[in-house]
Write a protein that binds this ligand. Sequence first.
Ligand code: FCB
Length: 451
Amino acid sequence: MPQPLDLPQGFRWGVSTAAYQIEGAVDEDGRGPSIWDTFAARPGAVRDGHTGAVACDHYHRYREDVALMKGLGLDGYRFSIAWPRIQPTGAGPANPAGLAFYDRLVDGLLEAGITPLPTLFHWDLPQALEDGGGWLARDTAYRFAEYTALVADRLGDRVPAWITLNEPFVHMVYGYAMGIHAPGRALMLDALPAAHHQLLGHGLAAAVLRERGLDVMIANNLTPVRPASSSEADQAAATAYDALHNRLFTDPILLGHYPDLSAFGVGPDLGGSVRDGDLKLIAATPLDGLGVNYYNPTRIATPTDPGLPFAEAPIEGVPRTAFDWPVVPDGLRELLTGLRDRYGAALPPVTITENGCSVADEPGPDGTVSDPDRIAYLAGHLDALAAAVAEGVDVRGYFTWSLLDNFEWAEGYHQRFGLVHVDFETQRRTPKASYGWYRDLIRAHRALQER
Ligand code: FCB
């Protein structure tokens, strides 16, 4: 039986997923193509040519998946809404069948006692918007606000809090700078307008949500940055990387200005994309909560590539996930206390909106899936979270990534992050040992808090 931790009253337990990674049904009920459909069809883009065309078939099996969530006793479910289901071409009136799917999902969640926490953009941009420049085009930010209004008007009576963007850092770097995610552009630093336009989209959408009395969050991928040595050069490299990865998408929202990117040769106008009034708009709607997606710390050394002011250095001597990501639970405590120290009173309450690990899980001869490495990962990170709370950080919830094994972007179906195993041939769901562990942990907390 997992031991309950000392967490604040009302602490919320959840799981997270994203539309393109689980829904499938990409051609159904009027959904338009997204950049991920296009990218996954490109030979060599995704490992073994996998695509999200079927994924976990959640679009048809969502009732079964909500029942799995109910079995966990969750407080909340973070999922994303596929923009191309709502606006197949990224503009114009809502597609009624697209809205109806999320309407059914929200009602199913509420019936199961689970609060829906939707993300409006988790990387599946309508292809038609990409054809007009994607997030490199300022117009996409305005389209995002219109889409937000359509969805909020339909679901806002039952959905109290909303996440605008998922990991704009990863979307910009993988999608626009390096080309390893959709839309597959390799623009290096010329990708920076995609940062500003996503943030502008956040600001515009946040105003739309707030006008309707709804709570606003963003889910940022954050990492504690550790210099590889105490040399001045490594420390300067770490400062530069921290500005790009952590500050670029958080400072404008919480502080109303961009961090110093001069180490990259970039001025405060981010490649000419910032206009008068933009930063005011980005910061105008205070966040009700900061979503933090944490997987691992980052170790940074002096550059090896003349085009960049940093190089990533390996973290040695720690366990690694199937994805080869280092497992450093205390990095979460370090990150959370670091955020508190950096932003002080400007830091809103934090919710961990993603944290988890991939393991090469397969059912054993008796059909059960034993995943002790995942249980150890989750337990270690929750200890670190509780340590940060004990040090005074206001953390309100923990949403693990993920409910189901799913389409892990460029890795296809090769990385299994779920509490529930999915056989992608038969769509059979098998709760892993970690599912039972998480359910028991949630129960133990509830029992403690109700005493
Ligand atoms: C995060 C993404 C999420 C998932 C996890 C493993 O960067 O937000 O969709 O792929 O990584």
